[in-house]
Design a protein around this ligand. Structure first.
Ligand code: HEM
Length: 511
């Protein structure tokens, strides 16, 4: 006879055992999916999958991925992996990545970033961005944005950039009036891109430089917005094993306060433009949207969506590339000198570089490309299959792909593969001598702006922003490291956008 107490213990142990078994099954039932189709891959941890840092935050996930990539890159074109519980196909071969992103794009139109939006009705501004869209509306949203950012439009709007460069020059002149100045260059980069975007998108003066000591609502709202998104991304990763918990943790991708602020700003800018006839012929994004509204009958939300896509996708990305390029060039004076020589040899009479030259200067291009390679602003390109298809993954193996399968291209690892980029963590723009980037891009090894129909929609805008600022600085200043400058180190930032953590204090020496 067992006592009541013993019976209770046995029932409890039995229940606990059943719960543990259920949790185990929940976490591992799908671990055989890749084996079933013959695709190799590392054994996943039951709780953490193959990339534990997604949950533990021990290091940026890209380094976990890079360890797996390095182990398999010489023997496999693709492997099966688990991002916590989520099965993904990790593409190791650049040629296969090209097939997915370019040739076979029709079957892989989805984008994992769209998953970040939990409730598309509530988070309607985020849902308006092509970056966060996977459904049929993606193409139209993208076309709306891209139409206002064509090379021909940017070339006509170049006086706006030149005007912003002048404001930057004035600011640097004031700061260095009493000798060399030590300036926090991340903030400088954000001020420049917010200045440019404020003027080009909304036609407003953000006063980022003119009143740099006063609070700047535009800059503050943009930065608050980015911090919130970074937090949403972290929550997303941590809750991947239990996605339904997100509705209680941080359900929105964009904060409500910034949605309201930028919606009002767009409304005000449109009303003001309606009244101010003198600015109606200005070539900028606001006038482009007004014309588009007439042609396509856009709603205010559609227009705000376009504005915010361009702000969000163009603000931190471009600023990040900009301040890293300055930082690396300060650490490598020999490359900085080479760039300065190129800039000085190409200045027009008014002290600027023409739009055509800005796009074409080879060493300027090399410095920017090398900086984007090193940090790889967006470190994965993750596509989702939208039609059933098959994938040839090497060694004669063809695997079936179901709708909804995530296929991930670890571009950070491509960009740090020593077979293609010797000493990959060293800044060396000379590795792109003789237009070496063209062949690397053709082979899918170097993809700083992505590839195929989903390639960065604002590539030209981003490059003009970055290059105009670099020209303005390096034509007149030597930027040096000083006692406050942090050393070069590998990109570590835990957010969506990769980069080196910490402040970038650099000395600006007037020439
Ligand atoms: C130098 C600065 C920039 C860099 C390095 C950069 C990089 C990227 C990358 C790597 C992607 C992912 C592409 C892919 O998945 O294949 C992307 C997408 C995108 N970028 Fe940029 N970007 C920059 C500036 C901008 C600017 C100024 C805009 C302004 C409109 C912009 C708008 C977008 C959009 C809308 C997408 C999503 C495209 C789609 O999915 O259809 N980017 N960008």
């Amino acid at each position: 006879m067992i006592s009541n107490e013993m019976e209770a213990i046995l029932v409890t142990v039995g229940l606990l055992g059943a719960i543990i078994l259920l949790v185990y099954k929940y976490l591992s039932w799908h671990h055989g999916v890749f084996k079933a189709v013959g695709l190799d891959g590392p054994k996943p941890n039951i709780f953490l999958g193959n990339f534990p840092s997604a949950i533990t935050g021990k290091q940026p996930v890209v380094y976990d991925v890079d360890e797996v990539y390095s182990k398999y890159k010489n023997t496999h074109k693709a492997i099966g992996v688990f991002m916590t519980r989520n099965p993904q196909i990790l593409i190791l071969d650049p040629g296969l990545a090209q097939k997915i992103m370019v040739t076979n794009f029709g079957k892989f139109r989805g984008n994992v970033a769209a998953d970040l939006i939990y409730n598309r009705k509530e988070d309607k501004i985020a849902a308006g961005s092509p970056f966060f869209t996977s459904d049929e509306s993606w193409k139209a949203k993208r076309l709306h944005v891209v139409g206002g950012l064509k090379q021909s439009k940017l070339s006509m709007a170049y006086p706006i950039w030149k005007g912003c460069a002048k404001k930057l020059a004035k600011y640097l002149e004031n700061r260095t009036a009493n000798g060399n100045a030590i300036i926090e260059t991340k903030n400088l980069g954000f001020c420049f891109t917010s200045n440019v975007l404020g003027e080009f998108l909304w036609g407003i003066e953000t006063n980022a430089f003119a009143k740099s000591n006063e609070p700047n609502t535009f800059l503050e709202m943009s930065q608050k917005w980015l911090q919130y998104i970074a937090q949403s991304v972290t929550v997303y990763f941590k809750l991947l094993p239990v996605p339904w918990l997100r509705r209680f943790a941080q359900p929105r991708l964009f904060p409500l306060a910034t949605d309201r602020f930028f919606t009002q700003l767009t409304k005000d800018a449109l009303e003001w433009r309606e009244k101010d006839e003198s600015s109606q012929n200005r070539v900028d994004f606001l006038n482009y949207l007004r014309q588009l509204q007439e042609k396509k009958n856009l709603t205010l939300d559609d227009m705000v969506g376009c504005m915010l896509t361009t702000t969000l996708d163009g603000f931190e990305t471009s600023a990040t590339v900009l301040f890293h390029t300055i930082f690396y060039l300060a650490h490598h004076p020999q490359y900085q000198e080479k760039l300065r020589m190129e800039i000085l040899a190409n200045l027009e009479e008014d002290g600027s570089v023409s739009y055509q030259k800005l796009c074409a200067l080879p060493y300027l291009n090399q410095c920017v490309n090398e900086s984007i390679r090193l940090i790889s602003v967006v470190s994965f390109y993750a596509r989702i299959s939208t039609e059933p298809t098959e994938l040839e993954v090497g060694q004669g193996l063809v695997i079936p792909i179901k709708v909804g399968q995530v296929v991930s291209v670890p571009v950070f690892s491509f960009h740090h593969n020593p077979d293609h980029f010797p000493k990959p963590y060293e800044f060396n723009p000379d590795r792109f001598n003789n237009e070496a980037h063209l062949d690397l891009m053709k082979r899918g090894i170097f993809m700083p702006f992505g590839n195929g129909p989903r390639i960065c929609a604002g590539m030209h805008l981003g490059l003009v922003e970055v290059k105009t600022c670099l020209v303005e600085i390096f034509k007149a200043y030597r930027v040096n490291c000083c006692a406050k400058t942090i050393p070069e180190k590998r990109p570590e930032s835990p957010t969506f956008i990769m980069g080196i953590d910490g402040e970038f204090w650099l000395e600006y020496e007037r020439l």
